[in-house]
Design a protein around this ligand. Structure first.
Ligand SMILES: Nc1nc2c(ncn2[C@@H]2O[C@H](COP(=O)(O)OP(=O)(O)OP(=O)(O)O)[C@@H](O)[C@H]2O)c(=O)[nH]1
Ligand SMILES: [Mg+2]
Length: 324
């Protein structure tokens, strides 16, 4: 048996130790924490790129092709497929295993999926932790693929340095979602499946939306480009690669404040998410576990108690005094 800690082995680039630690993180196992604490000071070099968009728009295909580009440029890549809708990891990755077959045998690429809804709903904490591990093991680029266009994706996007928002022609719902609040998370907009009809219109709509919010971009000095790709035919991938690198350069060189404010937002999310989990864990412990909670819930169902009274009672028990 190897006496080195998981963290030591991760630092040596050990793939099995890395997989094991990421699994512990995904399971919400406390054993991951001391390892992460050791790794943290070695992390901070990698560039984290989020790919987000509705199911089936071609994120994995894009990630596969862009990974080839990163590899051609000598960059090592870690890929985390985050599926907030799935209580089990491994589902989405099956298809991706086939899609990304060639990268599975490349030592410079590490691919894992995370199911990863913490016991208390946290998603960003575990994703950020896994990114720390991949960063510390020496990956230059970490790709987070998240399915969907909702609050979860906004949260995960905040764990990335560069977020690529992927849509396809004619996705009116996506455009609405982007209008309704996803706009701010996109650093790059990609209209994939540009082999399909309606591409020009979707590109126009996105450009118009960006134009309408140009005030926001003036401050940062980065106006998100809208790009067309045909991932299957590997078209537009060079341009996407360049745009990602441009955005990184922009953050690093032209806008150090922007970098810092992103790091602040990213770490704030991470710390708060973990704090939330930690506090909730203790509270549940203190009230006697989930079973005790369920007893109270049953009493609410039987109308012996009400949710408001239970809330007050619990808060008073935990924090004392008049907590409301
Ligand atoms: N016509 C066309 N099809 C594409 C293109 N890119 C990907 N596809 C197809 O779209 C389907 C979905 O691709 P994925 O890469 O799995 O999409 P995804 O966004 O990762 O899907 P989820 O992870 O399930 O949300 C696959 O059948 C791809 O072959 C493209 O540029 N044009
Ligand atoms: Mg996918």
């Amino acid at each position: 048996m190897d006496n080195n800690s998981l963290a030591d082995r991760v630092l040596e680039g050990d793939v099995r130790a890395t997989a094991r630690l990421i699994r512990l993180i995904d399971d919400g196992d406390r054993a991951a924490r001391p390892e992460l604490a050791k790794l943290y000071k070695h992390a901070g070099r990698a560039h984290i790129v989020g790919f987000t968009g509705s199911p089936g728009v071609g994120k994995s295909t894009l990630v596969d092709k862009i990974t080839t580009k990163f590899r051609e440029h000598g960059q090592k890549v870690g890929i985390l497929a985050v599926d907030p809708t799935s209580p089990f990891s491994g589902g989405a990755i099956l298809g991706d295993r086939i899609r990304m077959q060639k990268h599975f045998v490349d030592e410079g690429v590490f691919i894992r999926s995370m199911a990863t809804r913490g016991k208390f709903g946290g998603l960003t904490g575990s994703t950020s932790d896994a990114a720390v591990v991949l960063d510390a093991m020496g990956k230059d680029i970490i790709i987070l693929e998240t399915v969907g266009v909702g609050q979860d994706e906004v949260d995960v996007a905040h764990s990335a340095h560069t977020t690529v928002l992927v849509t396809i022609p004619g996705m009116g719902d996506d455009i609405q979602a982007i209008k309704a609040g996803l706009m701010e998370i996109g650093d790059l907009f990609v209209v994939n499946k540009a082999d399909r009809e309606g591409t020009a219109k979707t590109v126009r709509e996105l450009k118009f939306m960006i134009h309408m919010s140009s005030e926001r971009y003036q401050a940062s000095g980065w106006v998100p480009p809208v790009m067309e790709t045909m991932a299957l035919e590997e078209r537009g991938i060079d341009e996407l690669y360049t745009a990602i690198m441009d955005h990184r350069a922009h953050l690093m060189n032209n806008a150090p404040d922007e970098w810092r404010s992103r790091e602040r937002r990213r770490l704030r999310n991470q710390v708060l998410d973990q704090l939330r989990d930690g506090v909730m864990e203790r509270i549940i412990e203190k009230i006697g576990g989930f079973e005790a909670l369920d007893d109270l819930i049953d009493q609410i169902i039987d109308k012996k108690k009400d949710p408001y009274g239970v809330n007050m009672e619990l808060l008073q028990n935990i924090f004392g005094g008049n907590s409301l």
